[in-house]
Design a protein around this ligand. Sequence first.
Ligand code: DQQ
Length: 537
Amino acid sequence: EVASYLHRTSFHFQPEKNWMNDPNGPMYYKGYYHFFYQYNPNAPVWGDIVWGHAVSTDLIHWLYLDIALVPDQWYDIQGVWSGSITMREDGVPIILYTGSSHASEQTQNIAYPEDPSDPLLRKWVKDPENPILRHPDGIDIRDFRDPTTAWKDVDGHWLMTVGAKRHNMGVALLYKSKDLKHWELQENFLHGVANTGMWECIDFYPVSVLGYRGLDSYSAAPSVKYVLKASLDDDRHDYYALGSYNVKSKSFHADDPSRDTGIGLRYDYGKFYASKSFYDAAQQRRILWGWANESDSEAADYAKGWSSVQAIPRTIRYDSKTMRNLIQEPVEELKELRGPRVSQKSVRLAPGSVVEVHGAIGGQLDIEVVIEYPNVTKLSQNGALIDDGDHFDCSQGGAAHRGTFGPFGLLVLADESLNERTAVFFYISYSKEGKWRTRLCSDQTKSSMLPDVDTTIYGSFVEVLPSEDFLSLRVLVDRSIVESFGQGGRMTITSRVYPTMATDTASHLYLFNNATTAITVRSIDVWQMRSVAMHAI
Ligand code: DQQ
């Protein structure tokens, strides 16, 4: 038995105890970042859901506030479910949320801050006229939830969407309002995709194709693209499409319907669900929160008294290099926690080698690695064996596989005898279409000696441009979470792991190369991360 506090994260957001799920209504208000979350105050499993509330001045150090919304009305008595914040024109934030009624009907409701002059917004009041929306015809009472942040239509009205399901088609229902309270269903959907099931926690927002700045207004400028995200209840992953928004017809169109409308791109290839973004007016950026649930059993959740963490908030922007995806990076403020650093340059990794990064000790690390992209053309002309890309996916063999150009990367949360280790690695292969493709994978199969943990291997392709002669990887390690950002944040993988030996000062870091070709690491920088004390005020 391993002491469960060793798995409690040290710089990721977690309540003091019990169950947490979706991030709700993140915002910046009067000098504070606010964060609400689906929370069960009574047990480390889902149920009795309320809106937990916390504030921070830097998105990293959090103070817990009193619960913001509890189930106390017929329309939300079975749970105060997910929703969003909208900034009213007078600068006052309002909450739109889903209630699960006494009859399990999903209703949409509105709540206001009791005292908008309090920067902490400690008290919230429900509108006496709630519910403000009931399910429309043709939508089941259980398939109507998670209102988005409202945005301005060209005629000055508000628009918002609520997720639903119609004949197994995931849809974003569109509503229009003058006052954020009286809503009218529009004839068209904002978007919908056949056979994708219920769309939970829809997010819809603009991104600038020009630069790093985040956007708040839903303009029709040609430099603005739109992201539509749906959390698919059926397969529990967050998918997004990049596209355009027709302000006249009020509909979203994916740039590449064949690829995107599936809803085809994932924010993260591991555990990252029910995510929600917000525009941070203080830093003019858009930030994304996502929920990372446990990979261990419910019995383990009861034993440790808590379940789930939030992934580190991520700055998101359009990838102006690939023009096909978003870039996600941990918020800059995380660097405040960086402590002692170890660095190495030009490390040659012979085929089949494991090399320790000396001094990179502990279960709390921020790792940045840059690896030379191997000279695949030269080596293949010399007769090296070429893998058929279609024959390797991350889950076949994982880090133990041996190919010409992979796997190579990191072993994190590893004990000295390598009984436990989590491998985050690249794998380059040649496809039937005659293209070199790179995968980023996270292999949990050897991450823990505990019997019940889900050790699924995660991963997918990451785009490497012809002009890029390197592979880059940033990995955040925090006791029971490993967050990997490939090629500058083009692709991410979040995994949950539960080492029993590789904990605390017995946790080591290694570079490894299981390819049959030598690999050169250009540089590796590793920071030990300080802990954050989160407490109630
Ligand atoms: N979680 C909430 C729902 C939402 C789901 C309930 C997504 O509002 O659809 O806790 O995880």
